[in-house]
Write a protein that binds this ligand. Structure first.
Ligand code: S3P
Length: 185
């Protein structure tokens, strides 16, 4: 299997869907944020605070180049990964980019809960977050729009919904399922 890159805005479900797919599928799963944190030896918010966003984007690019060279890999990118340099072109040349698309209301709800670990939104009030999502998403859409595929990720709120989305993703993109060869024998 060629690499699959899950892209999309913060809170679109890249890590949630990616982890669920990794449990079901015979693929290597890499969460790019976790990969960066492991390599840097510190949290994303510490990298932003100590070295600034430009240094983070540099590191993100270098780690993306590293993981893009792999086969049979599923990569959950950071929300900003596609929007810097020629990262989209790199991913499109190595594999399939899949944009996870979620309604504004759902993004807002998820990010209200998960903003503390995301330096770009950690200090915003609910109202500011609402406006920030609209404005930043508009700026990012030209990059996200270069994705090869689009997959709806609005319903990922509980285990059943995650499982349903996971199955839909597997059958649409033909991911190898764990143990499927033995079962057929
Ligand atoms: C970012 C998204 C984050 C993380 C960093 C910057 C962004 O990843 O890479 O905080 O610019 O949108 P998630 O999309 O997994 O939150």
């Amino acid at each position: 299997m060629k690499a699959i890159f899950l892209i999309g805005y913060m809170g679109s479900g890249k890590s949630t869907l990616g982890k669920a797919l990794a449990r079901r599928c015979d693929v290597e799963f890499i969460d790019l944020d976790d990969y960066i944190e492991a390599r840097a030896g510190k949290k994303i918010r510490e990298i932003f605070a100590d070295e600034g966003e430009a240094a983070f984007r540099d590191l993100e690019r270098r780690m993306l180049v590293e993981v893009s060279g792999k086969d049979n890999v599923l990569v959950a990118c950071g929300g900003g990964t596609p929007c810097f340099g020629d990262n989209m072109e790199l991913m499109n040349s190595c594999g399939t980019t899949v944009l996870l698309q979620t309604s504004h209301g759902r993004l807002l709800e998820r990010l209200k809960r998960g903003r503390h670990k995301r330096p770009l939104i950690a200090n915003l009030s609910d109202e500011e977050l609402d406006v920030f999502i609209i404005e930043q998403l508009a700026k990012r859409m030209p990059h996200y729009g270069k994705s090869a595929e689009v997959f709806d990720s609005t319903l990922l709120e509980d285990e059943n919904q995650i499982e349903e989305k996971c199955e839909a993703f597997i059958s649409r993109f033909g991911l190898p399922v764990k143990g499927s060869i033995e079962e057929k024998v």
